[in-house]
Structure formats: C-alpha cells, structure tokens
Design a protein around this ligand. Structure first.
Ligand SMILES: C[S@@+](CC[C@H](N)C(=O)[O-])C[C@H]1O[C@@H](n2cnc3c(N)ncnc32)[C@H](O)[C@@H]1O
Length: 313
C-alpha cells in the first residue's frame, strides 16, 4: 500500500492549534517535524499576516505531516480514494479546515517500503535521563553498565524518543516509577513510555491510543522487548481505562489534555505526567488539572515544550 503524505508548514506558535485542527479533520495522528531554524544568512522574509520587524530568534516554522492510505489497486474510475482528484480534494479539505493557519501545503506519495526507510534515516540511538537508551531495532548498540535499553520500531506511530515531548515523559518516569507500580499510558503511540515504565520496574502498564496502527506497533514493540506479559495495549482513550494507576502518563496535545482532564485525574492514583504542551498553553493546562484537585509538583521544559507533573495530595 502507498501513502499520501500531506505536509503543512505553520508558524511555530500556531503548530499546536493546526495539529488539533488536523486531528479534528479525521487524521489519526499528526507528525510534528523538526522545527526549522531560520538560516541566519537568509533575510527574514515577511509573509502576509506576520508582523514586520527583525527576524525572530526562536524557531520560526514547523512542518506537520499527516498520512492517508491509498488503495493498493491501480486507480479505477470510481475509486476516488486513489485518484489525483482525491489528492486535490484532500488538500482542499485540509486547507478549508485550517482556515488561515498554514502557509505552505505540499504532498508526496510514499511507497510503504520507503516509508519505513524515511524513519530510519533520521533516527539514531537516543540516551534519555540517566539510564534509558532508546535504540532503533535496526541499529547496533553495545550496552554499558546501567543502561536500560529499549529497542523500538515505531512503524507509523509517534514515539521514537527523539521528540522533546517524549523525552520529558521518559525523564519524569525515570524519577517517578517505583518497583511494582501500575502505570496507564494515554496516547501510547509506539508504546515507548509504557515499555520504559516496565523496564524501570513498574509491575504492569496499560496503554491506549485512538489510532489502531499505533496500538499494533506498541504490541509488537512490547513483544520485541520481552515485556509483553506485563503490558496491555488497546484502541481507546482515557475513559476506556478502569480503576486507578499509581502513575498516569499522557503525551497528547494541550487541547486534548484539557478535554480529558476529568478522566485523566480520576485515573491517577499518585502521579500524573502530562506532556505535548506548547509553552504558552502551560497555564491553561495547569488550571484545568488544578480544578480537578491535583497539585502541580513540577514543570519540565525542552525546546518550547512543557511537561507537567501533578501529584495527588
Ligand atoms: C504525541 S503522540 C505520543 C506517543 C508516545 N506516547 C510518546 O510519548 O512518544 C500522541 C498519541 O496520542 C494519540 N491520541 C490523540 N488523541 C487521543 C485521545 N483523545 N485519546 C487517546 N490517544 C490519543 C495519537 O494517536 C498519538 O499516537
């Protein structure tokens, strides 16, 4: 099967809103690409809607990517999903949903085989916190004493450990997991956080994700790391989890975290780690969870992203 990749370039401060719109438009996941720093050698080009003035010092734009599966068969006359017209329609639908957001939209078709390859080019062994090592399954790595190596193939799911939002959660888990803890991972993606939690000696972890592709990848990764007997992954969201876990971790976007605030707070027995929050949204998320009776213990920051750790009093 081939995939249509639709890339939407937005200003950094609009990224989260645009990602929310794309999720709302029916895409199961949004890949938030590396932020592009403006090349200092290039003049700062004013674009419509941007204030005039000196070139900003912080990252200016970020590319969001969404994917749509195309049918395997060659395009048939009545097969709207694989025709060029369908691509035009998809772009028009996205443009309409985004309103004024996004100043560049482009598409390309990716064959399934090269899809996997494009991940592989950008992803190397990641060291996170004091002990965690996230190793792509196709890379060689010789573990040092004290390393907790997690071998991952995210397939099409989010969660390689390269994104700041994931790294902040991993750092928090490394400090907070106690032996035997129960953990819920809401928006599990590749399963990276739940797998890390059990490697950090949690007793069990359960992960949910609205994207079935992510859940399949998470299950495979759990198997591959030899921890499948302590992990459960299912399609769903916070309301599909029952009871309480010592630790709840959710790396989703601020808007979705706020929407899920009551459910997430109800699930958290001791610690709640929230991530995927762009800096300026942090107060809104903090307020939404304070209203659920949770006290903010700490905020962690990296690359304009914030993770919040709440502790039940
Ligand atoms: C930023 S990724 C995080 C993946 C992984 N946990 C990590 O930290 O790298 C967010 C994930 O949340 C999922 N998601 C989005 N909205 C959701 C919701 N309402 N409930 C559960 N999962 C959701 C997406 O499909 C995506 O896999």
């Amino acid at each position: 099967m081939d995939y249509l990749e639709i890339s939407v370039t937005v200003w950094t401060d609009e990224a989260e809103r645009a990602a929310g719109v794309l999720l709302g438009a029916g895409f199961a996941g949004v890949v938030m690409g590396e932020q592009r720093f403006d090349d200092l050698a290039e003049p700062w080009i004013e674009e419509p809607g941007r204030p005039a003035g000196p070139m900003p010092e912080r990252p200016a734009e970020v590319t969001l990517r969404v994917y749509e599966a195309r049918t395997e068969a060659p395009p048939a006359v009545d097969d709207a999903s694989s025709s060029p017209e369908a691509e035009v329609e998809t772009v028009a639908r996205i443009r309409g949903a985004l309103g004024g957001l996004g100043h560049r939209i482009s598409t390309r078709v990716i064959a399934e085989e090269s899809w996997a390859e494009s991940w592989k080019r950008f992803w190397d062994v990641q060291h996170v916190g004091d002990h965690l090592v996230i190793k792509p399954s196709w890379k060689e790595y010789t573990a040092s004493a004290g390393d907790l190596v997690i071998e991952l193939d995210p397939k099409q799911a989010f969660g390689t450990g390269t994104h700041a939002t994931t790294r902040l959660c991993l750092q928090a888990l490394e400090r907070l997991v106690r032996p035997g803890d129960g953990v819920f991972d809401v928006g599990c993606g590749s399963g990276i956080l739940a797998i890390a939690a059990v490697r950090l000696q949690a007793g069990r972890a359960a992960g949910v994700d609205t994207d079935p592709v992510a859940v399949a990848a998470a299950r495979e990764n759990a198997d591959h790391n030899g921890v499948a007997d302590r992990l459960d992954f299912a399609v769903g969201t916070a309301s599909n989890l029952a009871g309480r876990a010592d630790i709840v971790v959710a790396n989703i976007l601020a808007e979705i975290l706020i929407e899920l605030a009551a459910d997430l707070a109800a699930l958290a027995g001791r610690d709640l780690i929230l991530s995927g929050i762009i800096d300026r949204k942090a107060p809104e998320v903090r307020a939404a969870f304070a209203a659920q009776g949770l006290a903010l213990a700490e905020e962690l920051r990296e690359d304009g992203w914030v993770a919040q750790h709440f502790r039940r009093a």
